[in-house]
Write a protein that binds this ligand. Structure first.
Ligand code: SF4
Ligand code: ZN
Ligand code: ZN
Length: 330
């Protein structure tokens, strides 16, 4: 297969975009699209300093690479959680090593903050979670809490304008699916490419890769020669998120573009206020010019427009037997 933009051999074919690209044009495409999403979702500007949460995995390292390539002032932050593989080898050490190697080989002037949870707070994450969970269950909820706290602290103390994470489309649709299956509307309301900072001290959070498929970020890391930790966190084995991703991939195989459509329609529904009562409140209402009922439409409300259409049709088709309403103003 040939590249859509030149005659070179394509290295990736994105069926949902009907787009095949060679190595050079693929790198350009990922960077241009990221820039587009940064602007579209009002994430940050070239004047802003951005903190990238780096895990040593493909998404976060690729994101950091793209932001630096686009000329953004992006520093990295790695949180060493003290997680080990089942054979006792350190997963966290290996991940940190990948992040440090990325800096040395790709961006030697870039700054990487490292926060060691055990050194700073007194215990590695798995131990803290065991205590907190009384020895039961996975450490993931405690881990999420710790990571959110540390990321926010470093972002605020460093006066960064935004905290960027490498969540890709597969991550976002898996979370969306999980929240839908459990009807966790509060979580759905807060799921967005950009979450503004709050006066209570929450840093602005952005996900510039939220519209890229996982295979696209992996392909970017590969062609840019970024070495990353291939293994997932050992605690992710058997997680619901992995199952949701498998189901969604099955759907995608049968219907290319389904995952992207699912996510974009969700964002559109949120934007239009069709999803949650709290978003409905933000819709500007005014009085209908005829019946005076509140309406978001300029001029006549949907009810009056309906009866206008009915009346018009009855004038054209006098044989119609439908009854008129008693009054258009009731
Ligand atoms: Fe933390 Fe690992 Fe669970 Fe992810 S899978 S939340 S990194 S413990
Ligand atoms: Zn090309
Ligand atoms: Zn506190």
């Amino acid at each position: 297969m040939r590249c859509r933009k030149c005659t070179e051999q394509a290295i990736i074919n994105m069926r949902q975009h009907k787009l095949a690209l060679c190595k050079r044009h693929y790198v350009e495409w990922i960077q241009e699209q990221t820039q587009r999403f940064i602007e579209k979702y009002e994430m940050f500007t070239p004047q802003d300093r951005v903190l990238v949460a780096v895990s040593g995995g493909k998404d976060s390292l690729a994101l950091w690479d793209v932001l630096l390539s686009l000329g953004y002032q992006a520093d990295g932050m790695y949180i060493h959680l003290g997680i080990n593989y089942t054979d006792g080898e350190s997963y966290s050490d290996e991940s940190l090593q990948k992040a440090q190697t990325f800096v040395e080989t790709h961006w030697p002037d870039a700054r990487l903050h490292v926060v060691d949870v055990a050194a700073r707070y007194g215990a590695p994450l798995p131990q803290a979670a065991r205590i907190s969970n009384r020895g039961r269950g996975k450490p993931c909820s405690v881990c999420g809490l710790v990571k959110r706290h540390v990321m926010n602290r470093v972002a605020r103390e460093g006066e960064y304008a935004a905290l960027a994470t490498g969540h890709n489309l597969d991550d976002e649709v898996a979370v969306l699916m999980s929240n839908l299956l459990h009807w966790q509307t509060g979580y759905q309301a807060r799921q967005a490419p950009t979450l503004p900072s709050s006066q209570l001290g929450l840093a602005k959070k952005v996900k510039p890769f939220c519209r890229f498929y996982e295979r696209e970020t992996a392909a970017y890391a590969l062609v840019q020669g970024i070495d990353y930790v291939y293994e997932e966190c050992p605690h992710s084995v058997g997680s619901k998120t992995i199952h949701y991703k498998e189901w969604l991939n099955q759907l995608e195989r049968e219907s290319p573009g389904a995952k992207l459509q699912f996510y974009l329609c969700f964002l559109q529904a949120k934007k239009e206020g069709n999803l949650f009562p709290q978003f409905q409140d933000q819709v500007t209402l005014q009085a209908c010019g005829r019946c005076g009922q509140p309406t978001s439409a300029p001029g006549l409300c949907a009810f009056c427009r309906l009866w206008d259409r009915v009346t018009h049709t009855q004038v054209l088709e006098p044989a119609t037997t439908g009854q008129m309403p008693e009054s258009k103003n009731t």
